[in-house]
Design a protein around this ligand. Structure first.
Ligand code: ADP
Length: 178
């Protein structure tokens, strides 16, 4: 338990979030049960290869967590360990889906620890409802007009339709910040 005078427990949840899914959101919400604050850190190194710009991803996630002050949304370029050293976080939060995630995550966590021995990575197993959800498959399905509602927030589903020039259901106009 955190006693008076204890440091705030901060975790950084890094990733591409291109776009954010309910799988990510589930990890953030569960992270908040353990940490006082979760910093969602969008890696903007691969900007050219991403569907959404860093700014678009940032605005979507900020909108989704606008009523959750202990979720902070940020972006970074370059080495994650350098970004982390500018914060008061000591833990990286990552989600683990099937065994396929394991090898990559194991290498990344080991590399990050080698770069910064004080930095640990905490893994959370995906929830049964989202083990098959990845940003990549969401983009694939959405680009072909498939329904992704229930796997991503409504705001994200609409942004995907806009990106792929698919008809957006008639409703009130949504700003990026809605
Ligand atoms: P990457 O860092 O490979 O670009 P993402 O940005 O998609 O990955 O995801 C960031 C983190 O969230 C990773 O640890 C990834 O394993 C995890 N994650 C992604 N989708 C899910 C999901 N459906 N359930 C649990 N964790 C997930």
């Amino acid at each position: 338990m955190k006693g008076e005078g204890d440091m705030e427990r901060v975790a950084i949840y890094p990733g591409s979030f291109d776009p954010i899914t309910y799988g990510h959101i589930d990890i953030i919400e569960r992270g908040l049960q353990i940490f006082d604050k979760v910093i969602v850190a969008i890696a903007s190194n691969m900007e050219k290869k991403s569907l959404f710009t860093t700014e678009e991803r940032l605005r979507m996630i900020k909108t989704l967590f606008k009523d959750t002050p202990n979720v902070v949304v940020d972006s970074f370029k370059g080495l994650l360990v350098n970004y982390v050293s500018g914060t008061n976080a000591k833990v990286l939060l990552r989600g683990l889906r099937a065994t396929s995630d394991f090898e990559y995550e194991f290498h990344m966590a080991s590399m990050n620890r080698s770069l910064d021995p004080h930095l640990d990575t905490l893994f959370m197993m995906t929830s049964k409802d989202y083990f098959f959800v990845s940003s990549r498959t969401i983009k694939e399905v959405a680009s072909l007009g498939g329904a992704v509602e229930g796997l991503v927030p409504e705001l994200v589903a609409r942004r995907l339709k806009e990106k792929f020039n698919l008809p957006v259901p008639k409703k009130r106009h949504m700003n990026w910040d809605d």
